[in-house]
Design a protein around this ligand. Structure first.
Ligand code: NAD
Ligand code: TYD
Length: 348
């Protein structure tokens, strides 16, 4: 049996990855290491909790002793590293915590993998999950490809760029088997309602203002989270060691147009008049250093490993809006810190 360490598995993308791996690979023992910060929530994984091939460990990826101990106790074969501070706005007000987790935490995991595997790299892999934001900002034209030069602008993207460089440095210097993927913006269930899509769904349904940064003209490329999890599965199993893969939705939206779609879907599902919630749109001060446009060319992943997004955006948005409207308790719990109680009841 292989022992696979997934970090950040209680977060948004991580919980979808943990679920996919626990359900699809009964010959893997999945260890989920997560510090349960404000963004981590074990309620996301209730359905896999009792599975015999799943273990949750509460802990910080920066904890040297803990991470070393995990590698020696479980003889880890593979790492899928998602744990991170992930929100750009928070990185603007608190950049240090981003360096601690995203840079130091990644380095701590790399050190433990290197020391534990001791040059015996057969069947081992350190898979680092990263973002397209490391490439910086595009103008109206063009796409990010795997060889686009790094040019990060926010403290978040700078910390992720740094961690990507360390991962590649461990490959080049010590021969550590690594793979990196850089993905565009994800959406779907279980995303903490501070990011655009869940925040706005929540605010529309509660008749609260929708704070649109600047003029709402910035562009993002959106991918349904389960399609990202599937790409991670394919890259983990078939990716070329040392290589990088870009993952994207081939699905660009100007923020204001996307917001109008959200308004339309939420209003329809709540039986409101079409466009009733457009009055909630409130243009606010732009985000400092706001990247204008992200767009991924994911054709390498498509041509070499056969991955493509499976869900149409309209279908993904419909599912996502329904999930948030039907799971208001989840939204209330994560925003009020209530879910920490769930952890205490289950684990302490
Ligand atoms: P998230 O904020 O929802 O979850 C992060 C998880 O990491 C949480 O469960 C949190 O408790 C955990 N964590 C944070 N600090 C930790 C620490 N020091 N030790 C252990 N656990 C810790 O993030 P997400 O949106 O699911 O993103 C996951 C990964 O994917 C990140 O590396 C992010 O950079 C990357 N990514 C995200 C997106 C996106 O659109 N969300 C796009 C591309 C790449
Ligand atoms: P976000 O979901 O924070 O992802 P990222 O900044 O990593 O792309 O934001 C997506 C886009 O939405 C981005 O251009 C910023 C914008 N935005 C708003 O206009 N208002 C908001 O309240 C938030 C959270 C984001």
């Amino acid at each position: 049996m292989k022992h696979i360490l997934i970090t950040g598995g209680a977060g948004f993308i991580g919980s979808h990855v943990v679920r996919l791996f626990v359900n699809n690979y009964s010959d893997y023992h999945i260890l989920n290491l997560d510090a349960l910060t404000y963004a981590g929530n074990l309620e996301n994984l209730k359905d896999v909790e009792g599975q015999p091939n799943y273990t949750f460990i509460k802990g910080n990826i920066c904890d040297e002793d803990l991470v070393k101990e995990l590698f020696s106790t479980y003889r880890i074969d593979g790492v899928i590293h998602l744990a991170a501070e992930s929100h750009v706005d928070r990185s603007i007000t608190d950049p240090l915590s981003f360096v601690k987790t995203n840079v130091y935490g990644t380095l701590n995991l790399l050190e433990a993998a290197k020391d534990s595997w001791k040059g015996n790299f057969e069947e081992k892999l350190f898979y680092h999950i990263s973002t397209d934001e490391v490439y910086g900002s595009l103008g109206k034209e063009g796409f990010f490809i795997e060889t686009t030069a790094y040019d990060p602008n926010s403290p978040y993207s700078a910390s992720k760029a740094s961690s990507d460089h360390f991962v590649r440095a461990y490959h080049n210097t010590y021969g550590l088997p690594i793979v990196v993927s850089n993905c565009s913006n994800n959406y779907g269930s279980h995303q903490f309602p501070e990011k655009l899509i869940p925040l706005f769904i929540n605010n529309i349904s509660n008749n609260k203002p929708l704070p649109v940064y600047g003029k709402g003209q910035n562009v993002r490329d959106w991918l349904y989270v389960e399609d990202h999890a599937k790409a991670i599965d394919i890259i983990f199993h078939k990716g070329i060691t040392g290589d990088t893969y870009n993952i994207g939705g081939f699905n660009e939206w100007k923020n204001i147009d996307l917001i109008k779609v959200l308004i339309k879907v939420v209003d329809r599902l709540l039986g409101r008049e079409e466009g009733a919630s457009e009055k909630l749109i409130t243009y606010v001060k732009d985000r400092a250093g706001h990247d204008f446009r992200y767009a991924i060319d994911a054709s390498k992943l498509k041509n070499e490993l056969g991955w493509e997004p499976s869900l149409q955006f309209e279908e993904g948005i419909e599912k996502t809006v329904k999930w948030y409207l039907e799971n208001k308790d989840w939204v209330n719990n994560v925003t009020s810190g209530e879910y920490q109680k769930y952890y205490k009841e289950m684990y302490e």
